[in-house]
Design a protein around this ligand. Structure first.
Ligand code: BES
Ligand code: ZN
Length: 459
């Protein structure tokens, strides 16, 4: 029996595999919103059950937040660990969805069939590609070609707060020869890829308070300080006219990429016009002097993700608000230190506060950037395996997003992460109408079978 038998089994099982994914997508596992705690639990239970059905000894492990799902299968060959996350992003704005985000559906589009629903791409569809590859392998061979650990998280979308203590506490159990992560994308929606650079992330929320209550803007406007005006000024000061971030020390640890890497990225033929054009944009708006791809993969950013205060309902209200709030995230690269940047940002805000204003800070997620050493021959073997499945040859790429665990595997467990995923740029992850192409799901599953074969025959 061969890899071809496993691939044929995957092809034959695609309808049943799709039904299983739809089932998982019906669970509303939004990790950031406490109202969905029971649903996160239900998703963990679903996965425990499914992995148990594959003969993998799996448990739901409690944490102060949402549970981890950990499963083990003994076997010969290398010890591989697989990581994915079962939690999803909130669905709002709900009115921009064409259908219920948790009533997933297979739809025909002009680019082929898609699986529509929250989490279809990020990350339930992706994590199920690996599970389905294992299922097919097991049903053909009766066993898997390696020792395998599953490690599935339910807090990735809310900054993985329980991850570090959990990994430290269970380090011996989670150590492996290689950690496979399925939470990234293809390059330019087409080229299979191993992601070797991920940006880090720092989340800060600030609330500026002026008066002790909302006021009439005719009666108090003028002498009364307006916290929205103060907040706007602070936000406007975070970038200079060339797009650089002005927080003192922010660029400490930001490397310029090597000429070799720049040449490799240029060779990928990224089409910035098409990338931006697809979302009705035309002009890269980041730091001057860098290409759009460099802005995403190798430069840090500061983005305001949400801003709130005063009256934002229908109609109009002449209010002088007591409070203004903003959620701000920083994407980090190189060896930028999230905690040092947090401290410097807070000082900048404090220093800009006028009389009568106070500020409260709330820290959200924080993870340094990570990059992977690809010198282990397993990487070349996996690249070849991916190239066998897709029309284009596989490439090493960067990623503008953040996956906190990638760096933690390296730093806490000493395990190299290998990031392979099949998401496409138009999957609308974190947005309304998220989808996963049936091609991603099907070829992704086939790709994992090929990668498992390559890693267990060549490592
Ligand atoms: N799957 C994404 C990471 C990603 C984003 C991969 C874009 C490929 C392209 C992941 O689930 C994610 O969204 N992570 C969050 C982490 C944050 C909350 C710490 C992110 O990047 O915003
Ligand atoms: Zn994800």
């Amino acid at each position: 029996m061969s890899l071809d038998d496993v691939l044929a089994r995957i092809d034959a099982d695609l309808p049943a595999a799709t039904d299983r994914l739809l089932d998982l997508l019906r669970i509303q596992s939004i990790s950031t919103d406490p109202a969905y705690k029971a649903e996160c639990d239900r998703a963990a239970d679903w996965l425990v059950n499914d992995l148990q059905s594959l003969g993998i000894k799996t448990e739901k492990r409690t944490t102060p937040g949402h549970p981890m799902v950990v499963g083990h299968l003994d076997g010969d060959g290398p010890h591989l660990l697989f990581y994915g996350h079962y939690d999803v992003q909130p669905v709002d704005p709900l009115d921009l969805w064409d259908r219920d985000p948790f009533d997933p559906q297979i739809q025909d589009t002009d680019k082929g069939q898609v699986i529509r629903g929250r989490g279809a791409s990020d990350d339930k569809g992706q994590l199920m590609t690996f599970v389905e590859a294992c299922r097919a392998w097991k049903s053909v061979h009766g066993t898997l070609p390696c020792k395998l650990t599953f490690f599935l998280e339910g807090e990735e979308e809310s900054g993985s707060p329980s991850l570090v203590p959990f990994m430290r506490e269970h380090a011996d159990e989670l150590k492996s020869d290689l950690a496979l992560i399925c939470d990234t994308g293809l390059f330019a929606s087409r080229v299979p890829a191993i992601t070797t650079m991920l940006r880090g992330m720092l989340g800060e929320e600030i609330t500026i308070t002026g008066a002790n209550k909302d006021l009439h803007s005719g009666m108090f406007g003028g002498p009364g300080i307006n916290p929205i005006r103060v907040l706007s000024k602070i936000i406007a000061s975070l970038h200079d006219d060339t797009g650089r971030i002005t927080i003192p020390g922010f660029y400490d640890g930001v490397p310029e990429i090597s000429d070799e890497l720049r040449a490799q990225w240029e060779g990928l033929g990224f089409d910035a016009d098409e990338f931006l054009g697809d979302v009705d944009l035309s002009t890269p708006a980041g730091e001057q002097g860098y290409t759009a791809l460099e802005m995403i993969w190798s430069r840090p950013t500061c983005e305001v993700n949400g801003i709130d205060g005063g009256y934002t309902g229908d109609g109009f209200k002449t209010v002088l608000p007591a409070k203004a709030n903003a959620k701000i995230s920083f994407r980090l690269v190189g060896t930028q230190d999230p905690e040092a940047i947090r401290a410097s940002f807070r000082k900048l805000v404090q220093d800009m506060l006028p009389p009568d204003c106070t500020v409260e800070f709330k820290d959200h997620s924080c993870a340094p950037a990570s990059s992977t050493d690809t010198s282990d021959p397993a990487f070349a073997a996996a690249l070849r395996a991916l190239s066998d499945e897709w029309p284009d040859n596989a490439a090493y790429i960067g990623c503008g997003g953040s996956i906190p665990i990638a760096g933690l595997f390296q730093n806490i467990l000493g395990t190299t992460p290998m990031l392979i995923g099949y998401g496409k740029d138009d999957d609308q992850i974190h947005s309304p109408n998220e989808k996963y192409d049936m091609e991603s799901f099907h070829k992704g599953t086939r790709s994992w079978a090929r990668v498992l074969h390559a890693l267990t025959n060549n490592v």
